[in-house]
Design a protein around this ligand. Sequence first.
Ligand code: IFM
Length: 746
Amino acid sequence: MDDAWALTEPAFDVAHAKAYEGLFTLGSGYLHVRGSLEEHLHDAPQNADYMRRPTNTTAEKFPEPKVKWGAFVPGVYGNHPLLNQEMVNLPYFLELTPYVDGEKLDMEASAVEAYRRTLHLDTAALTRSLRWQTRHGAAVAVRFERFISAARPHLCLQRITLESDRDITVELHAGIDTDVRTSGYDHLRDVMLTPLGENGVACNLVTDYGDAAHIVTRIYAGAAERAYVDAGRAARWIIQAPLTAGEPVEIEKRTAVATSQDAEAVNPIALLVESEALSYEALYAEHAAVWRARWEQTDVVIEGDAAAQLKLRAALYHLMRAHPGDSRCAIGPKGYAGDAYRGCYFWDTEIYMLPFFLYTDPARARMLTDFRIHTLPGAQANAARYGYEGAKYPWESDRAGNECCAQWQYADHEVHVTADVVYGMAHYARAAGDAGYLRGPAAPVILEAARYWMQRLNRRAGDQHFSLLGVMGPDEYAPLTNNNSYTNRMVVFALETASEVAAAAHEHEMFKQLAGALPIVGTEDGLVLQCEDFEAFAEPEFDAFWPDRDKPFAAQVSQERLYRTKALKQADVILLMMLFPHEFSAEEIRLAWDYYLPLTTHDSSLSAGVHAVVAARLGLMDEAVQFWQRSLDLDTDVTHGGASEGIHVAAAGLNWQIVVFGFGGVHTAMQADVLTLTPRLPANWTRLAFPFVWKGAPLYVDIRPGAVHIANRGSRPLDVRVGDRAATIPAGDAVTLESRHGSSST
Ligand code: IFM
């Protein structure tokens, strides 16, 4: 990692190949492709059949090829016999494989020097350069480049530049391979591959779910001799490219993808033809301009920790890349960079990713909350399946709001998602200052969710209050608990919101009454309990049962041990306190921190970031920095698997929250009506600066030790508070306020 915008793989190591493949995923929102090698590796078949099963994903084992291709269009599905519908891995279209004298370029088998692969975060482009010493003595400089156009989201552009130290002929194989699997399963039907003119391959197919995909690729190699080869489920052009010593030769490959899910019908051949009016450079320039504008809206500057700066940019890059730009889809936990969670949509969207979009690009945030409006019929059908009225949002949603989770523990009991959806909508309305949203387009969701809660609540004999029985809270190692505090608080919030939105007087009253009757359970000395029965669970005995702390606890013990002990998978009460900090005293938060931290395994990637935010607020800066580093490293530390199975994009969202809400100390619009900051910078940071949109007003926040500078780039005056200082910033003006906690020593 050598500069603030370049994520670099300095040398090829097959042990890290899959992690880089995930980390280097490119995407336009519409189309996403893992950072696979254009020439592929030997002995890494992509057509192995195996059956993933409904099991604990943290502990799941499935065949591990050296690398794993992945090309995804959000919302294109297949039917899995055990796991319901899943996002389909589309055919691999990146192939650009050079052969010299019969020898294939291969990163493991070839003599390769001066290898360097870089993901350019500023322009969302991938480059790789190397020198290949062929067995017959030629030294060939090879450079690969590619990007998926942000300006033409259906289009992937590739270029290879070859230069030899002697006259040789390079044979280039370039085509489409449809013999791919999605997590071991073949969803592709009616696959047709046909030649297109003298340089193209057209691929048409239908998935076993009924979605159609059309992929067209063309290779631009001038007048080089060529032949079309039909290899069953793959088809390619084999091009004989003569190289004269010392003279570089460039060959391009352009691919257009369209599917039956497209908002408007797109003709991929026409897209390619249209692109032919522009050079690679011109297409790159228009693509880079889109990314430049995105970064102006989002970039967070950290001075004092160059490594953290780069890793944070990687997180923001993936958040922006993964946003489908279409409210008919949301963002799955692997950010369209892998198929591990099958492309389903979880609460990860509302709680972990949404804030980044809310405060940098509210229009894109709105697409994510609108997704739940589109999927309301699915959520209603889901409630009906359980015999309830109203709407029960699925734990793992497909594009129509159907429950795709094949494990009953989560699907039946992790009901907090339905309240999280309402929280996300309210957060959007408050952060964007979109007062009409809740009573307008979001109202049916909010009311239907509340009608579901009315039926899901119980009043036990002898209780003065209502209860939510048999729920799994955020901590997925406690599957069937009563009155999970996080869930109860969220449901109270959802019912309060519904009572404000309800037009019918009886519903208004009923929702209000119920909202006042759900408890947050705790001990007499002020400890907020995760759930009523929490203290009755067994001790987890980590010293005895968790020998290898580099691996998840869940991978080392049986499922039943997870379920009968106090071991937490992830932040639960601590998450409650992250979202509702104003409702708990510093002492209560500290008590909860001291109690739950030793019990928390952080087996979920959603845990470290939540702890970092809460630690920063508590002023526990050493802990905050440690959890921040841990969260930042989830994808960028390739030695621990990193992004092999996809980007931890919800943790990426948390990384933004750690800097802005944790170190920057910004109170969210759910926590304050006036923009309020109580910054606490890590000791070595000299500056933290970021653009921020507050209720429609674009701002730039620039924090240095001891002072906060806020520029109001909007058209209305803005009230702000930094610690106990308040100011009104006229439109177009700026203030600098002293900050007592501008920096904290560790
Ligand atoms: O939504 C999460 C859940 O909280 C923990 N297991 C993984 C899911 C997807 O990220």
